[in-house]
Design a protein. Structure first.
Length: 70
């Protein structure tokens, strides 16, 4: 089974263009939206690139490894 990763991010509301750009990138790479700012995919390097862009632009982003305990 392929490892899955979760991207969670917070982009300030006034940064609408960054929000749209991030969402388009996630959709184009086939990521699955869990909630608005919580996305799942197995493409770790792409998530790292997106997280860096968010942080460079003044937002906050984290990448988690998906692992179910129960």
């Amino acid at each position: 089974m392929k490892m899955k990763f979760i991207l969670t991010f917070d982009i300030p509301r006034e940064m609408k263009s960054l929000q749209r750009r991030v969402q388009r990138h996630l959709v184009s790479m086939g990521a699955r939206m869990i909630q608005f700012s919580l996305w799942e995919t197995s493409e770790l390097q792409s998530l790292i690139d997106i997280a860096r862009e968010i942080k460079r632009s003044g937002g906050d982003a984290r990448i988690l490894e998906e692992r179910f305990v129960f």
